[in-house]
Design a protein around this ligand. Structure first.
Ligand SMILES: C[S@@+](CC[C@H](N)C(=O)[O-])C[C@H]1O[C@@H](n2cnc3c(N)ncnc32)[C@H](O)[C@@H]1O
Length: 228
């Protein structure tokens, strides 16, 4: 049962954008043609090594990444939902990761780790590791028009995160984010997907999902099995 509390006072995302950003296709093309190259930080490399050690120690089950896991509640719930997988929740915020204190002693198939996803995804790819599922649940929307490059599908790392394969799912309370994400998936994989409105059932997967639901927002998601 969920133990996070709902706060039904979130404001809907405001943006001057009324549809998919007109620069998205150009950006996707550029990022596909020019692989993202930036040195990894020592701190991300250490976090990555620790996460892989935990995965190997737990038996190297097929992997699930909970990207931007926040407090890690969804990481734990995904581990419950997928008992034969190992779930790694990644978030850059030490503060958020420290807030989930309830432990589930019998649950050994997940870990949360503090790291920047931009390095974490690239390190997984460099090691040839592939995923069974990849969740991006309520990423920061960056709704201003000039913030497209901060959205995951507008970031240079996007082709790398797709190369990890698996069933990828993105959720947001801002439809345009999911429309753009679905458009980017379709564009880079030639497999069609689109955003769909959904209702939480039987309970919210994440605290943000719970908060947006309690605030009466529509929730959107898209999903695609990435061909590898
Ligand atoms: C809006 S919150 C959503 C948290 C959680 N998924 C939920 O639904 O409750 C977005 C999360 O993404 C994390 N994040 C943003 N950019 C990141 C990055 N480059 N690497 C790792 N985490 C990141 C933030 O720290 C934040 O916890």
């Amino acid at each position: 049962m969920p133990e996070s509390q709902s706060h039904g006072n979130s404001r809907a995302v405001f943006s001057t954008q009324t549809g998919i950003h007109e620069q998205l296709d150009k950006l996707l093309h550029r990022h596909r043609s020019h692989p993202f190259q930036k040195p990894y930080t020592t701190y991300n490399q250490a976090a990555y090594t620790a996460a892989l050690q935990a995965w190997k120690a737990a038996g190297k089950a097929p992997l699930i990444i909970d990207a931007g896991c926040g407090v890690g509640l969804s990481t734990r719930r995904l581990a419950e939902l997928h008992p034969h997988h190992f779930v790694i929740g990644v978030d850059q915020s030490a503060d958020r990761l420290s807030r989930l204190h309830q432990s589930v002693p019998e649950l050994k198939n997940f870990i949360t780790v503090r790291a920047d996803l931009v390095d974490f995804w690239r390190l997984l790819h460099k090691d040839g590791i592939t995923l069974d599922y990849h969740y991006l649940l309520y990423p920061n929307p960056w709704p201003k028009k000039d913030q497209l490059r901060r959205r995951w599908h507008g970031h240079a790392v996007f082709p790398t995160l797709l190369a990890l394969g698996g069933i990828i799912e993105c959720r947001s309370n801002w439809k345009i984010y999911v429309d753009e994400f679905a458009h980017a998936l379709t564009s880079l994989t030639d497999q069609f997907t689109q955003s769909e409105k959904f209702s939480i059932h039987p309970y919210a997967l994440t605290p943000f999902e719970e908060k947006y639901h309690a605030s009466g927002h529509d929730l959107w998601r898209c999903q695609l099995k990435i061909p590898t």
